[in-house]
Design a protein around this ligand. Structure first.
Ligand code: ADP
Ligand code: MG
Ligand code: ZN
Length: 614
């Protein structure tokens, strides 16, 4: 289509040029005629001075008998014939008879050009405009009009001047470990193919904005030394209808040719949102693009050596089809950096900046809870800029502290700011979960406690399942409930009833749900007996929703509420007793959390002692 268009344009331009040149030649060999009016011509004719007239359309060319005289030209109205005209202006019959008149065919090029060009000009302008527009859409880098950057940017390993490696990424240890495997696949896909192992096709990087997802993807390409095709989900959406899908085809086609290679789709949630909910208005272009991504991922053989990496900070809105096996079935979570990570990130970004000796990066890491990698990089950069503005040759503590504030208040920052008080509250809350969880022997051991925010939660306590469980026992449910209550209880005990925060609300909701299920679905309440309550049906309406129908009397409902209340009250009591019996250990965990922000299983066990066995 574009080719055709281009050719057409060229042909047209050439024609125009030829016409122009011809016109100039013609003018050149006749000399410029003198333009006269009709009455003068008629006078000349009557006087017998005219040798010949040539009528070409509405132009009358006059040749005089006197060879030294200049040629003359008369314009006439196109509707009037030349004969009539002479008569009207009073040329004598005698003179007219003696006059040699030649009528030339109207269809000269001049006629066409003079009539068509004005009509075609707007069309030509529009076509030229369109031509440049399509060019800039396809053009590789920031071309005019904001349509740029739509082509996948290919970064070849040998041309990559700012090559990134894992050494450029501080912290994110777990993510790096997992991605090391991906690097292995890319370095030697054949090795895995020979073993009959299937290389994963898709890796999804999940993490808050600024935690280094894009950086990690680049580092994987750098480590594996393979070409890197970079495209952002939002760029697909900006495009004209139908362009997104073809661009995806193009992207995968190029990557396959370059295999082993990495395709990186940044911000995939822009195209990969759950389809067909009808919420927020359908977006056909987006769906087509997403479908094309799915088709392409299904289409290539697993051991081709092309790995699709994608990044998102909204894994919750992704279409489930993307997460199906054979697509993005590898998921790598990138956590917010803890103190240790923050210090390492600062070290990386301090390289090349003359930073004063009095500045302690460790202290700076302590002062910046809730900062992402991007925030920290930004912080040091701001400090350096400030130092330059103050004509200093070293970045001193002053600039750094000012920049902390600047970044805190800055508009770009999306992550949460955590105050010291909030941090303390979170530490007690999570320590509560940890202490109770540790002593609830039917539950799983605590693997990690952190006061780094994740999603909406201020912190988290992770348990490690020791074995795959398909069934839950009553004892396990009870232990789980007690642990869920741990955070709430501790907040109440330490900060008082007045100071209880909104923090534990999701704990309480989850606990209530578990307790209700125990009573209504699993027959775990003696009073209500061995039956289920409530008819559950899953309805597909605006996504997914579980609808429950009451198939019991209101009196039973009251009983259910009472039972649920009792189960929760018991859990609360167990949590309170456990915490009271271990107040010292609780404080120790809080201290450790305030200092390190994340503590692992070994340290928890060192503080709380070995876990009692069942
Ligand atoms: P995301 O894609 O997750 O939003 P980016 O990868 O774009 O974040 O990170 C932005 C910048 O922040 C990076 O270019 C880098 O300078 C810095 N950064 C983020 N995380 C780290 C990290 N773990 N180590 C070093 N620098 C980091
Ligand atoms: Mg990014
Ligand atoms: Zn909690």
């Amino acid at each position: 289509m574009r080719q055709l268009f281009k050719n057409f344009l060229y042909v047209f331009l050439v024609l125009l040029l030829v016409a122009g040149v011809l016109g100039m030649l013609k003018v050149g060999d006749t000399k410029k005629p003198e333009v006269i009016d009709i009455s003068k011509l008629v006078t000349e004719i009557n006087a017998g001075a005219v040798q010949k007239v040539v009528v070409a359309g509405d132009i009358v060319q006059v040749t005089l008998k006197d060879p030294a005289a200049k040629a003359q030209e008369v314009k006439k109205e196109p509707t009037e014939s030349f004969g009539e005209l002479l008569k009207n202006y009073g040329a004598t019959d005698e003179a007219r008879k003696n006059l040699a008149i030649e009528i030339k065919d109207e269809s000269s090029w001049k006629f066409w050009v003079s009539n068509l060009v004005p009509a075609l000009l707007p069309l030509i302008i529009i076509m030229v405009f369109l031509y440049f527009m399509t060019r800039s859409v396809q053009g590789s880098n920031n071309r005019a009009m904001g349509f740029g950057q739509s082509n996948p940017r290919e970064v070849k390993p040998e041309e990559n001047k700012e090559k990134k490696t894992f050494a450029d990424v501080a912290g994110a240890r777990e993510a790096k470990n997992e991605l090391e495997e991906v690097v292995g696949f890319l370095r030697d896909p054949k090795k895995f193919a020979d073993m009959g192992a299937k290389i994963p096709k898709g890796v999804l990087l999940m993490g808050a904005p600024g935690t280094g997802k894009t950086l990690l993807a680049k580092a994987v390409a750098g480590e594996a030394n393979v070409p890197f095709f970079h495209m952002s989900g939002s760029e697909f959406v900006e495009m004209f209808v139908g362009v997104g899908a073809s661009r995806v085809r193009d992207l995968f086609g190029k990557a396959k040719k370059a295999a082993p290679a990495i395709i990186f789709i940044d911000e995939i949630d822009a195209v990969g949102r759950r389809r067909g909910t009808g919420l927020g208005g359908g977006h056909d272009e987006r769906e087509q693009t997403l479908n094309q991504i799915l088709v392409e991922m299904d289409g290539f053989e697993p051991n081709l050596g092309v790995i699709v990496m994608a990044a998102t900070n909204r894994p919750d809105v992704l279409d489930p089809a993307l997460l199906r096996p054979g697509r993005f079935d590898r998921r790598v979570v990138i956590d917010m950096p803890d103190i240790q990570d923050r210090e390492e990130i600062l070290k990386i970004h301090a390289i090349g900046k003359p930073i004063g000796e009095e500045v302690s990066l460790r202290k700076l890491a302590e002062r910046t809870p809730g900062f992402t990698g991007a925030d920290l990089a930004n912080l040091l950069n701001e400090a350096a800029i400030l130092a330059v503005r103050r004509n200093k040759n070293i970045v001193s503590e002053d600039e750094i502290l000012e920049s902390v504030e600047k970044v805190l208040l800055g508009p770009e920052r999306k992550s949460r700011i955590i105050s010291e008080q909030e941090k303390k509250m979170t530490a007690y809350h999570e320590a509560g979960h940890a202490v109770v969880g540790h002593f609830m022997v039917h539950g799983d051991p605590i693997r990690k406690v952190s006061i780094i925010s994740r999603g909406n939660a201020g912190g988290y306590t992770l348990k490690m399942p020791t074995e795959d469980k398909h069934y839950h026992t009553l004892a396990q449910f009870k232990d789980e409930l007690a642990m869920m209550m741990g955070g709430y209880i501790v907040e109440k005990m330490i900060f008082g009833d007045e100071m209880i925060s909104t923090g534990p609300s999701s704990d309480l909701r989850n606990a209530t749900r578990v307790a209700r299920d125990m009573v209504m679905r699993y027959g775990m309440s003696d009073k209500l007996g061995a039956r289920t309550y409530g008819e559950r049906e899953e309805m597909i309406f605006l996504g997914k929703e579980i609808h429950e129908q009451q198939d019991y009397s209101d009196k039973t409902a009251e009983l259910i509420d009472k039972e649920v209340g009792e189960i929760l009250a018991e859990a609360e009591k167990r949590a309170r007793e456990t915490v009271s019996a271990n107040r010292e250990a609780l404080e120790k965990i809080v201290v450790a959390l305030m200092e390190k922000e994340t503590i692992e299983q070994e340290e928890i066990e060192a503080i709380l002692g070995a876990r009692p066995t069942v």
